[in-house]
Design a protein around this ligand. Structure first.
Ligand SMILES: [Zn+2]
Length: 348
């Protein structure tokens, strides 16, 4: 283990510390891991082999990442750091395997770091910032030093998935204009923003959006559990959901302890989003999808081609992925992309 030294973060370029660890491998070689503590990204590990590729001047891999992608990966790492501080867990690691970088947040959890993080919608960023403010507040209205120092500001840029101070300010101003937060000015310079307080309306927004679920890793799958359509679960829905970083949950995964409908409502409420397969037009699937939407939970629809023309009128306004029994897996990529676009990458 080396001394802690000052450096620049290989992901975002901010001020960071690094410490190198060596682990002896059974082969007699050593594995080198570098632990960074960055004022923007938080704490993460990088394996020694990846490290050489990450500097912006390097060719290939992370070296080619533009500032938007670096900011997104920084935001993702900060979310992981904050989650770990609240709930515990191992420090995440970015490792290089063959041709891509993968991140590990536990030994069984490998993800492609390049695709790990993308939130493009403005309202999602605003919601992430609200949620982070709530997580940081011990009571409603506590001033949080978002602009108190450069260090605080960088960490909050990451929490809002902003690329720079200007983008963070734009998100903050939007929330102020909508009465969700209040900004206190700096005591030394009354022009300068200093801290932010979450207002009651901001809490209300968080509760309405149900982003208790924003950190959920679960996707509720509503479908007809019959051998005729089960291949779509195994070949299309589960892989698309897992690839996006979420765990598919079917109600028959778990024996009900409560009334089944109460169990279902509980599982839907605990999910980040739902995939509803409308094949055979089961009333229960329509009911579950309606319930999820009433809870502010996004629903993605799929349907077998032979049942497609009979879709009930009220869901025709939504996109529905049509699958063919010959090749249900054909919709995996499209469904996966839509999940990531609407909900962001999940934690799994
Ligand atoms: Zn960083």
């Amino acid at each position: 283990m080396s001394d802690v030294t000052q450096t620049n973060c290989p992901i975002c370029g901010s001020q960071a510390t690094e410490q190198i660890f060596f682990k002896a491998l059974p082969s007699g070689d050593y594995e080198e891991t570098i632990r960074y503590e960055c004022i923007r990204c938080g704490e993460f590990d990088l394996d020694g082999f990846s490290e050489v590729y990450t500097a912006p001047s390097r060719d290939g891999y992370l070296g080619e990442m533009g500032s938007r992608k670096r900011a997104d990966l920084s935001a993702w790492l900060r979310e992981k750091t904050d989650q770990r501080e609240r709930r515990g867990g191992d420090i995440g690691k970015i490792v290089k395997l063959e041709n891509s970088f993968l991140t590990t947040y536990n030994p069984n959890d490998l993800r492609d770091a390049f695709e790990a993080a993308t939130i493009t919608r403005f309202h999602e960023k605003a919601d992430r910032l609200l949620l982070a403010l709530r997580n940081a507040s011990k009571y409603v209205g506590q001033p949080i030093g978002v602009f108190a120092s450069e260090q605080d500001n960088l960490a909050w840029q990451a929490r809002a998935w902003a690329m720079n101070a200007q983008e963070l300010k734009t998100i903050v101003n939007h929330l102020v204009e909508n009465g969700l937060i209040a900004v206190d000015q700096s005591p030394s310079n009354s022009e300068q923003m200093h801290s932010i307080r979450l207002l009651g309306k901001g809490i209300e927004r968080i509760e309405q959006q149900n982003p208790g679920n924003i950190n959920s890793d679960q996707c509720f799958v509503a479908m007809w559990f019959n051998d005729e359509v089960l291949p779509v679960f195994n070949d299309a829905l589960a892989p698309a959901i897992e690839k996006a970083g979420y765990k598919p949950f079917k109600i028959n995964d778990k024996p009900p302890v409560d009334r089944v409908d109460a169990e279902i409502e509980k599982a839907i409420k605990a999910s980040r989003f739902m995939v509803a397969d409308l094949s055979k037009h089961r009333p229960s699937v329509y009911f579950e999808a309606g319930y999820a939407r009433s809870q502010g939970i996004p629903v993605f629809f799929t349907c077998r081609e032979e049942d497609f023309d009979e879709l009930h009128f009220d869901i025709r306004q939504f996109h529905c992925f049509k699958w063919s029994p010959d090749n249900p897996g054909k919709i995996v990529d499209e469904l996966n992309k839509m999940i990531v676009r609407e909900c962001g990458r999940g934690p799994v």
